[in-house]
Each structure stands twice: as structure tokens, then as C-alpha cells.
Design a binder for this molecule. Structure first.
Ligand SMILES: NC(=O)c1ccc[n+]([C@@H]2O[C@H](COP(=O)([O-])OP(=O)(O)OC[C@H]3O[C@@H](n4cnc5c(N)ncnc54)[C@H](O)[C@@H]3O)[C@@H](O)[C@H]2O)c1
Ligand SMILES: N[C@H](C(=O)O)[C@H](O)COP(=O)(O)O
Length: 347
């Protein structure tokens, strides 16, 4: 069901959007800070209807622990989408399988985490929701429950039969996309193939155009090895794979690509000033830079999906669950991105 619309106006890019997107927020690992962050949403006004997928009993217990008085309302899909009043939270109820103790993982509750994702995927695919925003999950405990799981990104790609998705994190004007995502480092080199690079760069180029309104995106591409291989003396992936692929894509599709650049200086002010995004070859080549620049206020966006998905820039922070010290800034940013992207899609 397409979400109906009665939001107050939002002034954006000199145009006024009256569209009120209905957005589902998955509350993530129940023993982590996800429930705390979702409760923090009740203190903030958004130009969207936020529907929080969670176990209401967990939210109630966590609110009590945090000393918050928040009214939980059950989500009614047939009601028109409108922003939830302050100090209320609209909840799509899902059930945990086992008692939740903040900070203590329990594989028995992994299915609850996956159930929330499945509900969100179905709702976004059927356009009941305009976007999904995910609070953090714990990959390890899902694997411990017997379900192979490497991350939301890969799970969403598989569930939607999407051949290639791209993980991109953004903080202010810095956008960092990854050629490979949650892979052991020893398998990264073999994964960097001309086909992978072509698919990743094509998705990145297209979504920078369509979702971010950048007419001719300029993408900086990192090398894999120190000093981009030092002319073949420190690795051969650059001249065997990356350089020929970038040359071919520039010629064939007119993509504006610069690289392979030595990753240690690709993230300095001069090259960044000319770029719309940086493509890193692997997770810990790109994300430490992005998180150093904006941890707590950055957003993780999955490009290439048939719907909008954004997420927080941090994990489950088990040490902070139930303490009232978790910073909700990244969840707020992820929601603002989802709202803006949904409204842009409406035209
Ligand atoms: N979006 C996601 O679902 C997501 C993102 C990153 C990591 N993870 C997963 O989270 C789990 C724990 O990962 P980790 O320990 O490497 O990273 P983490 O982000 O959970 O914690 C790293 C440090 O940052 C702090 N921190 C994290 N979020 C915070 C917040 N909102 N406010 C204040 N401080 C915060 C933590 O207390 C900790 O000191 C792992 O299973 C990892 O895979 C999930
Ligand atoms: N790579 C992400 C990060 O470091 O923030 C994180 O693990 C979340 O990834 P998914 O959105 O695929 O779960």
C-alpha cells in the first residue's frame, strides 16, 4: 500500500514538499543501543511518519530503565501517513524469542532481528513504506544462531535479488563507497575483478546522478596496494585490473574517473575538493577515514537497491545499551537522508 500523505510542508532546494513519507525503522539487536536510539526519536519532530519495528515489551522496559515517559501507539497501515506527535512512538510489533538483558547477546533473539528486516523489505518492496532505516545489528550473534550473515547490505541484496549493491557512507560532503564490503582481508584481492569494478562503478555513478542529483559525478578510485602498487613493485592489481578497467569505463560510458590513486593521499583536501565520491577497494581502507571525519553523524546508504535504505554509522555499542549515553545523531542523519531521498523521488 502506498503511504498517503498529510505532512506539513518542508522547504527544500527552494521548492516546498508536501509529501509525508512513511519510513520503517528496524530497531536492530535488542541487547544493543538500537532500542535506546529508537526511543530518542520520540523527542524529535520529523517530516515523515516513522514506524518503529520493535518488541513493544523491550521498548517499554528500556524506556523505564532510561526514565523516559513515552507513549507507544500501534501502527495502523490503513491510517494516512502523518508525523507522530512528540513523546509518542508508532510501533510495528515484532516479538523477541527470549528475555533481553541490555548488553548481553543471545542467539535466541537473532530471528527477531531478521524478522524485522524481512518485514521492512516486504513493506518497502510493496511500497507500504517509502524507505527503510536500520538501527545496528550484531553480525556475530546472528551467525552464532546458525544463520550465515555478513551484513544488512548483503542480506538486502540477496532478499531483493539485486545483483550488485554498493555500500556508501557519507558525512557532510565526503562520500566513501566500497568495492568490497564484509570480506576477510585475505580474499579481497581475488574479489577485485574487472566485472566487479564495472558493476560497482556503474551503480555508484547512476545513484550519484539519480539519488543525489549530480549530473556528471567525479569519482576518485583508490588503488589496492601501498602507493597504488608503486609501478608494479608493490603489487600488480593496479596495472593488471584497476587501470585498464577505469580506462575502458571512461571510454565506453564517459564516466569521470580518476585513479587508481594511492589511498593514503586520496583522502587529502586537494583531490577531495574535486570529487563527488571516493571508491575504496575494501572496508577498512575507506571507512576509518569517513568515521574519523564524522562518526556519530554519518550515514550508511545502500546504493543499487530497488528501494531506499539508510543506516547508522556505528554498531550495537553493547557497552552503552540502557545507560542513556548512546548518541542518536547518526540515526537522525540516516532518517533525514531517507526523508530527503524519498521526497526527491516524488519529484
Ligand atoms: N549498521 C550496523 O548494523 C552496524 C554498523 C557497524 C557495526 N555493526 C556491528 O556492531 C557490532 C559491534 O561493533 P563494534 O564494537 O566494532 O562497533 P560499535 O560502533 O558498536 O562500537 C565502537 C565504539 O563506539 C561507541 N559507540 C558506538 N555507537 C555509539 C553511539 N551511538 N553513541 C556513542 N558511542 C557509540 C561504542 O561504545 C564503542 O566504544 C559488530 O557486530 C558489528 O559488526 C553494525
Ligand atoms: N560496514 C558498516 C560500518 O562499518 O558501519 C556496518 O558493518 C554495517 O553494514 P551493513 O549496513 O551492511 O549492516
Amino acid at each position: 500500500m502506498a503511504s498517503t500523505n498529510s505532512c506539513r510542508s518542508l522547504r527544500r532546494n527552494k521548492t516546498v514538499s508536501h509529501y509525508c513519507p512513511r519510513i520503517i525503522i528496524t530497531s536492530g539487536e535488542p541487547a544493543g543501543i538500537g532500542p535506546d536510539l529508537c526511543l530518542a526519536l520520540a523527542a524529535q519532530q520529523f517530516n515523515a511518519q516513522l514506524v518503529v519495528a520493535a518488541d513493544p515489551a523491550i521498548l517499554t522496559a528500556r524506556a523505564k530503565q532510561l526514565g523516559l515517559e513515552i507513549q507507544l501507539q500501534t501502527y495502523e497501515p490503513k491510517q494516512p501517513a502523518k508525523p507522530t506527535p512528540l513523546n509518542q512512538l508508532l510501533v510495528l510489533p515484532t516479538q523477541t524469542q527470549h528475555t533481553v538483558i541490555p548488553g548481553q547477546l543471545n542467539p535466541a533473539n537473532a530471528q527477531h532481528v531478521l524478522d524485522m528486516l524481512d518485514i521492512a523489505i516486504k513493506g518497502c518492496s510493496q511500497q507500504e513504506f517509502a524507505a527503510m532505516v536500520t538501527a545496528p545489528i550484531h553480525k556475530g550473534v546472528i551467525n552464532d544462531s546458525g544463520v550465515p550473515f555478513s551484513g544488512h547490505t548483503e542480506y538486502l541484496a540477496s532478499a531483493t535479488n539485486t545483483q550488485q549493491v554498493v555500500m556508501m557512507l557519507a558525512s557532510g560532503s565526503l562520500r566513501v563507497a566500497l568495492a568490497t564490503t564484509h570480506l576477510p582481508l585475505k580474499t579481497v584481492s581475488a574479489s577485485i575483478t574487472p566485472t566487479l569494478l564495472e558493476q560497482v562503478i556503474s551503480v555508484l555513478h547512476q545513484d550519484l546522478q539519480q539519488k543525489f542529483g549530480i549530473a556528471q559525478p567525479h569519482i576518485l578510485v583508490c588503488g589496492l596496494n601501498p602507493h597504488a602498487g608503486e609501478g608494479g613493485h608493490l603489487g600488480t592489481e593496479e596495472f593488471e585490473i584497476i587501470t585498464p578497467t577505469l580506462n575502458r569505463l571512461a571510454k565506453q560510458f564517459g564516466f569521470n574517473l580518476t585513479g587508481p590513486l594511492p589511498a593514503d593521499t586520496a583522502f587529502t583536501q586537494k583531490p577531495l575538493a574535486q570529487a563527488d565520491a571516493v571508491l575504496a577497494m575494501y572496508h577498512d581502507q575507506g571507512l576509518p577515514v569517513l568515521k574519523y571525519a564524522g562518526f556519530g553523524n554519518a550515514v550508511n546508504i545502500t546504493l543499487g537497491l530497488p528501494f531506499i535504505r539508510t543506516s547508522v554509522d556505528h554498531g550495537t555499542a553493547l557497552d552503552l545499551a540502557g545507560t542513556g549515553t548512546a548518541d542518536p545523531g547518526s540515526l537522525f542523519t540516516a532518517i533525514e537522508y531517507a526523508i530527503n531521498m524519498s521526497q526527491s523521488q516524488q519529484g
